[in-house]
Design a protein around this ligand. Structure first.
Ligand code: 13P
Length: 251
């Protein structure tokens, strides 16, 4: 059985005070939640403050990115070790906004994945095709390239903490959710690829999250799909009421 994960990616939103307040609302309303993992990813500057609020709460903390070195002359960057020091358990890697706005490559993403694992943090590897790639029938090729690139040189042991998030770029922040069939088809393909690259056990235990306009009114049907093991939520994770409802999905 794969334990579902609902993760909120706050992107570049919420000051420290606002982040504390939202985290406090979530801890208050999501006490004792055990059958699903809940993760929130505030901006770097709010991580320590939110970590304090999350103490004694089952909600876990994630960063939105990292640099693939531990420390040194890397001005302006942050490493997995420093994220761990700030209280993180997870790190989002290769989000489409970073791939497209910061030109992150699969190789660079792979280096980050390796460093995150070395530190003992858990990576959430994001993949997904653009609308043009989907319309050109390149979706499977793109997903395959991103999975093979991001997980290059990974062993089956290393895969035990890797989470994958399928986020079709055309569904992010657009209000256009992939249909449940489109999402399930992509997740089924990704799981098959993980099986091909590793083995059936790894494929069976790897959690694959869906991201792209997940809302309170579509989460239940998405989560009912066999290969959808959770959600990576952007916009709707910024409102306590919406995110709480998403965490409380029912299938
Ligand atoms: P939205 O939920 O706002 O579409 O964002 C999805 C996302 O990018 C989560 O990482």
């Amino acid at each position: 059985m794969r334990k579902p994960i609902i993760a909120g990616n706050w992107k570049l939103n919420k000051t420290i005070a606002e982040a504390r307040e939202l985290a406090a609302q979530l801890t208050e309303n999501l006490k004792g939640i055990e059958d699903r993992e809940v993760i929130i990813a505030p901006v770097y500057t709010a991580l320590s403050a939110v970590a304090e609020v999350l103490e004694n709460s089952p909600i876990q903390l994630a960063a939105q990115n990292c640099y693939p070195e531990i420390s040194g002359a890397f001005t302006g960057e942050i490493s997995p070790q420093f994220l761990q020091d700030a209280g993180c358990q997870y790190v989002i890697i290769g989000h489409s906004e970073r791939r497209h706005l910061m030109a992150e490559t699969d190789h660079f993403i792979n280096q980050k994945m390796i460093k995150v694992l070395e530190t003992g943090l858990k990576p959430i590897l994001c993949i997904g095709e653009t609308l043009q790639e989907r319309e050109n029938n390149q979706m499977l090729e793109i997903l395959s390239k991103q999975i093979k690139g991001g997980l290059a040189n990974f062993t089956t042991e290393q895969m035990s903490t890797v989470v994958i998030a399928y986020e079709p770029v055309w569904a992010i922040g657009t209000g256009k959710t992939a249909s449940t069939e489109q999402a399930q088809d992509a997740h089924f393909f990704i799981r098959g690829l993980v099986q091909e690259l590793f083995n059936p056990e790894v494929a069976e235990q790897t959690r694959i999250l869906y991201g792209g306009s997940v809302k309170p009114d579509n989460v239940d049907s998405l989560m009912a799909q066999q290969d959808i093991d959770g959600a990576l939520v952007g916009g709707a994770s910024l409102k306590a009421e919406d995110f709480i409802r998403i965490v409380q999905f029912e299938i």
